[in-house]
Design a protein around this ligand. Structure first.
Ligand code: CMC
Length: 429
């Protein structure tokens, strides 16, 4: 990374700080010594101008609508690659050779089963628990079952934990689904590819064989590729922050799952589908667009807008095509939800409010319709996001742990509370 020095004035002081350039994208001012030099902190709630780490994994140009994993455009990976190859790329930095690919698939496949006692752990949940609640708990519980891969100072244990997480998360996700509908858990079948195996664990029943639809398997694999990583988003930053204290990887990924659950992040696909269902018909769209623009109404168009993309989210374009593929396969070209979505997109993209604020559809806008058409209930949408994002979380966690300059994450604050005061005994308050 090349480094120069930049100066700026702060009150009556001139402050000089290193300016670091990445391979692409904006440079950063390294303010690590700002407090020592000036006695001041920076203030940036929401981290809108703050880079929290160096990374070689994912690059986003939000103005141009570009997303690269290890330099490869998301469009090419989604079109030509598969999800496990993408996992390998995120973890190791290069696309695998055919031998590396076979070896990686073999290793992941051999870790797909979960400890049998996990099944009993599941029995403790209410049947109507949200599957994300079950995921937060069960992913965290992995650290209670796999003690031999929680020592983060051991490179081999880190690798085993990474394989286990990528391999077991679809099994846990399918178990969460099966538990919620009262069906028996389906064990993984190692002859199947990663995504087909997941579909089978979700939809097979002991009394009947499940025939995998290759269009659905390809569509879901593509959805997994699109969701695999997205640089320092809220859940990834959560994983890094949790990991910076030395917590084990299962606990860190559980923290990521918890953060992903929120409607401003991974929960938006669920919220977007609920919104499209509520809108119901094309005639109702103007009413909802007006609500989204009304400052006094908290309503927002879910699946619209993004902190980084101020252009069309490149994942949304691929998602839209995938949505068409799945609906065509089902013979539902005229799906009413798709009709509402496309018209809403058209109206919003020609509306001054959305143009001026650069609000475009994001990945979540079309993913809900696609997943619903594939038979997933709304409550599973964020779970599927978590399955895919685990690969990115693990790659980012591994990069952080292997960074020799890594420190515990510890932001500072602007204190606005009471100044020092003396304790008041209860009878004098
Ligand atoms: N509908 C209507 N207005 C919006 C929307 C929306 N979806 N998103 C942003 N705005 C307005 C917002 O009211 C604000 O207006 P003003 O400047 O007048 O106050 C302006 O646009 C900027 O919004 P912001 O909240 O300051 O932007 P942010 O970067 O903090 O938030 C966001 C980004 C994604 C949380 C937000 O756009 C949003 O809530 N979108 C809906 C939820 C959603 O689709 N989330 C999925 C994100 S993509 C998947 C993922 O990464 O997890």
């Amino acid at each position: 990374m090349s480094e120069t020095t930049g100066s700026f004035s702060l009150g009556d002081q001139t402050v000089s700080m290193p300016v670091k350039a990445g391979t692409i994208g904006p440079s950063v001012v390294d303010i690590g010594k700002l407090y020592a030099q000036t006695g001041m902190f920076t203030y940036d709630p929401g981290f809108t101008s703050t880079a929290s780490c160096e990374s070689e994994i994912t690059y986003i140009d939000g103005d141009e609508g570009i997303l690269l994993y290890r330099g490869y455009p998301i469009e090419q990976l989604a079109e030509q690659g598969d999800f496990l190859e993408t996992c390998y790329l995120l973890l190791y930095g290069e696309l695998p050779t055919p031998t590396q690919s076979r070896d990686f698939n073999y290793r992941i496949t051999r870790h797909t089963m979960v400890h049998e006692q996990m099944a009993r752990f599941f029995q403790g949940f209410r049947r109507d628990a949200h599957p994300m609640a079950v995921m937060v708990a069960s992913v965290g519980a992995l650290s209670a079952f796999y003690h031999d891969s929680t020592d983060i100072s051991d490179q081999r244990q880190r690798m085993v934990a990474s394989m286990r997480l990528i391999a077991k998360i679809p099994t846990l996700a399918a178990m969460a689904y099966k538990y919620s509908i009262g069906q028996p858990f389906v064990y993984p079948k190692n002859e199947l590819d990663y995504t087909s195996n997941f579909l089978r664990m979700c939809y097979a029943v002991p009394c009947e064989d499940y025939k995998i639809n290759p269009i659905f398997a390809r569509a879901l694999d593509r959805i997994f590729i699109l969701h695999a990583d997205h640089e320092q988003n809220a859940s990834t930053s959560t994983v890094r922050l949790a990991g910076s204290s030395g917590a084990n990887p299962f606990a860190c990924i559980a923290a990521g799952v918890a953060c992903l659950w929120g409607p401003a992040h991974g929960g938006a696909n669920e919220a977007a589908l609920k919104m499209l269902t509520e809108i119901g018909t094309v005639e109702n769209i103007p009413k909802y667009v007006a609500r989204a623009k009304d400052k006094n109404d908290p309503f927002r168009l879910m699946g619209f807008g993004h902190r980084v993309y101020k252009n069309y989210d490149p994942r949304a374009k691929i998602m839209q095509q995938t949505c068409h593929d799945v609906l065509n396969e089902l013979g539902r070209k005229d799906d009413p939800l798709l009709e509402v979505a496309m018209e809403l997109e058209r109206i919003a993209l020609s509306d001054e409010y959305f143009i001026e604020k650069k609000l475009y559809p994001n990945i979540d806008f079309y993913s809900g319709i696609t997943l619903k058409a594939m038979g997933f209930p709304v409550s599973m949408f964020t779970v599927l996001f978590a399955v895919a994002r685990t690969s990115g979380w693990i790659a980012q966690w591994k990069e952080m742990i292997e960074d020799p300059g890594q420190k515990i994450g510890r932001p500072r604050q602007l204190y606005k509370g009471a100044t020092r005061r003396d304790y008041v005994p209860a009878d004098k308050r």
